[in-house]
Design a protein around this ligand. Sequence first.
Ligand code: ADP
Ligand code: MG
Length: 564
Amino acid sequence: SAQKETLGFQTEVKQLLHLMIHSLYSNKEIFLRELISNASDASDKLRFEAIAKPELLEDDAELKIRVSLDKEARTVTITDNGIGMSRAEVIEHIGTIAKSGTKAFFESLTGDDKKDANLIGQFGVGFYSAFIVADRVTLTTRRAGAPSGEAVRWESEGHGEYTLEPVEKAARGTEIVLHLKEGEDEFLNDWSIKRIVRTYSDHISIPIQMKKGASFDEDGKEVVSDEWESVNAASALWTRAKNDISDEQYREFYKHTAHDFTDPLAWSHARVEGRQEYTELLYIPSRAPFDLYERERKQGVKLYVRRVFIMEDTEKLMPHYLRFVRGVIDSNDLPLNVSREILQQSKDIDAIRAGCVKKVLALLEDLAANDVEKYATFWQEFGQVLKEGVGEDFANKERIAKLLRFTSTLSEGDTPTVSLADYVARMKEGQEKIYFITAETLAAARNSPHLEVFKKKGVEVLLLTDRVDEWVSASLHEFDGKPLQSVAKGALDLGKLEDEQDKAAQQQAEEAAKPVLERIKSALAERVQDVRATARLTDSPACLVVGEHDMSAHLERLLKAAGQ
Ligand code: ADP
Ligand code: MG
């Protein structure tokens, strides 16, 4: 038609398409999972908007997803009666990639197909996965509430551009037609499509329907049924009994709800009764998302009220230091019209959140105790974030402290595996403090002259090299009744570790050094507070020490680097 126009994809979309087609080919059936996942999200959105505007449901209130196959035309069609998209939304969501973290994603591409396939998995695949099996995709959509003349058709062959044209569409929602590539005929087979739906999308909470299979009448003639049947269980996964859910189903639900391609590390599923009634299904991902440290994060935990999706929240449902947690909280008590503003001040939400935090900490404790390998993965991906909790969550400080892992002077390699409990169990006779050193790198920490006396006495020292460690040591103060002590601060007090011989030697050294100290002090004048003889060192001639209550040298460097 005259109104048909051709638009270009954003450069990133072109790159993504190319990469996707080449790297995900061995796992191509996931296109169906991705399109069904989007249809389900669109239905969730409609159900939510319809709380305030019931007229959006028109005369079609039964939300469902349909998959149909046309062997002659060689097409697979996925239809939903969800929220649909306006023309502007199609351009925004289907022509560009708006996700935060996209830039980081493209910067981390290596050009090595294998490595990049892994990355694309972390990034999530989404709508464009249709082009793994299709050489032409036609998407027709009408937004709920818009007149039937205001639908739009988007079409592309997955190269540089797409076309858009206004069309008529009586039914609300989105229809996606995949024109299969040569050689992809397995996707025209009822049974394989049903298998794929059951494998990846069984947890979807609305019915996914397909035409009933063909049967044969008395004369042996094939009868094609016009009836639709549900292929999935069609109940919200978290509402089912734990025993009725397989690990595979838990994993697929995670991938759908977190928009992640990788399996989760662990999950916790519980129905909580009492003053607040809610169900939580919370996951620890196995990889950090690209935007873990960005202020503007889109992903968090999804809030449902009596099975109706309300919103995805990045602030109120989980504390900042557990921002990597994904999943669903479904409340029985909150009002359906709960808004972000209400969430901010809701005591009920505070109670739910406190309960969920305890569940997540228990899940991590369980991993740490029973699956050291998984816990190591968790620690590598999210350890630095969890550390923030020591300063952030006063009520759970002890529990968080137990979950921390460090590298120490007794570690074999660089991997942080030492817990504070391990450290305390290994403390020397007469040792009263937990000693640590902060530095920019492990090498710098290990080579510090401050460690010399500890080496000599065989006392373990924790090596803290993460940015966040300064705040950890500043907020933790003590563990198991043992104070934390920087080896680089103040006068060295080894307590009972120091024997009579050490003390005598120290005194002698001080006496002998007096004239030298005076000369150094007058030479350095204003630049130092004091110059002292020390028993800290065994090999090095001198070292710098900060006062007990001064900022550590490391923190000072950090602040300087941050322009403070
Ligand atoms: P994601 O689902 O992670 O956001 P996708 O690439 O799968 O990424 O989808 C991009 C966006 O396109 C969705 O966020 C949504 O806004 C829109 N979209 C995709 N499919 C549909 C659909 N069936 N109905 C309505 N909107 C859709
Ligand atoms: Mg999607």
